[in-house]
Design a protein around this ligand. Structure first.
Ligand code: FAD
Length: 298
């Protein structure tokens, strides 16, 4: 099979127009992405003091809804499959079922199933009282809902894997055991967290295979684009940045964008040389680095 890229986009902040969003995606189309993933963000609320001493709860939604973004991308680029992310966080079982009905109605056939992170201000993830605590529970529930919709396996389900382990996990082996639970519950493939050292990814795949995980494992990649990201990415995603990359950026911080692009390009070339069929790209902010990488690889 000819290798292909897939992309992850984040619903834009309110104020960005549909045309602006689609124009930012259009340059990627010449490289034949098969999937565009659209991330999902739990609602945030603000509590305001009322004159009578009580508090009222107000929805703070800074971004355009995921459903609106999926529909816009589907209509503009029918050759690409849109893959919404679905998270346990902040949703009851009934809300999730209703969301799945919407996805089915929209003709969506591929979903990335996640737990989601803790809500703003919370230290640890807390499931809704009538919700799902982990992604494996949500995968199993989707398989049950599908039966209720009258057809088995309506959706191809992806789940997240962490080559450097999920930050809450005591060790990688335990994390991989839980990853296997997600696959055993009905997941069809795994997309990884970003990594900057391919050796870490290859070792992760080997350990997953030894643990009995047989589904495809798609590497997730992002080029480093600012010198600040050397600190920010490990903090936000619990990943390592290799010493060679940090040294190069520290020596030439003004060239961080180009250094990050070249590093990512080498990673992609190496992944393709190892027979990887799909590379998943996290698009955040400026994208000319990604376009250059895709032009060289696909
Ligand atoms: P889980 O698989 O539930 O794992 C979470 C932790 O619990 C791990 O430490 C795991 O080892 C452990 N665990 C798993 N199952 C069990 C179990 N049954 N019992 C006990 N422990 C268990 N976040 C968003 O909010 N929106 C997004 O759109 C989004 N997209 C993402 C896309 C990708 C490709 C990746 C890699 C991450 C994404 N995230 C997103 C982040 C993700 O939601 C967080 O990393 C979250 O903290 C964990 O989600 P998960 O699905 O991996 O959780």
């Amino acid at each position: 099979m000819k290798p292909f890229p897939s992309l992850e986009i984040v619903p834009p902040l309110k104020g960005i127009t549909k045309t602006e969003l689609l124009d930012s995606i259009r340059p990627f189309m010449e490289f034949g992405p098969r999937y565009i993933n659209v991330t999902c963000h739990r609602d945030e609320y603000e509590f305001r003091a009322e004159p009578d001493g009580s508090f009222s709860r107000h929805l703070l939604r800074k971004r355009i809804s995921q459903t609106a973004v999926c529909a816009a991308v589907q209509a503009a680029f029918p050759e690409v499959e849109v893959v919404p992310h679905l998270i346990c966080g902040g949703a009851s079982t009934e809300q999730i079922e209703s969301q799945l009905q919407d996805f089915n109605f929209m003709g969506i056939r591929n979903i990335l199933v996640l737990r989601g992170d803790a809500a703003l201000g919370e230290k640890r993830f807390t499931p809704e009282r009538d919700g799902y605590a982990h992604a494996d529970e949500l995968v199993a529930a989707i398989r049950r809902f599908e039966a209720g919709f009258g057809r088995d396996h309506i959706f191809t389900l992806g789940v997240a894997g962490y080559p450097e382990k999920h930050f809450e996990s005591p060790n990688l082996d335990t994390d991989i055991q839980y990853l296997k639970k997600k696959v055993d519950a009905g997941a069809d493939q795994i997309i990884t967290q970003m990594f900057f050292d391919n050796a870490v990814f290859y070792d992760f795949v080997r350990r997953c295979r030894e643990a009995g995980i047989t589904v495809p494992i798609v590497p997730g990649i992002k080029p480093l684009s600012t010198a600040r990201q050397v600190d920010l990415l490990p903090e936000s995603f619990s990943i390592d940045i290799p010493l060679a990359l940090t040294r190069e950026v520290a020596a030439h911080p003004e060239h961080a964008y180009r250094i990050g692009e070249e590093w990512c390009l080498e990673q992609c070339r190496d992944l393709l040389a190892h027979g990887i069929e799909e590379i998943h790209f996290y698009t955040m902010g400026r994208s000319d680095n990604l376009i250059n990488i895709l032009r060289s690889c696909f």
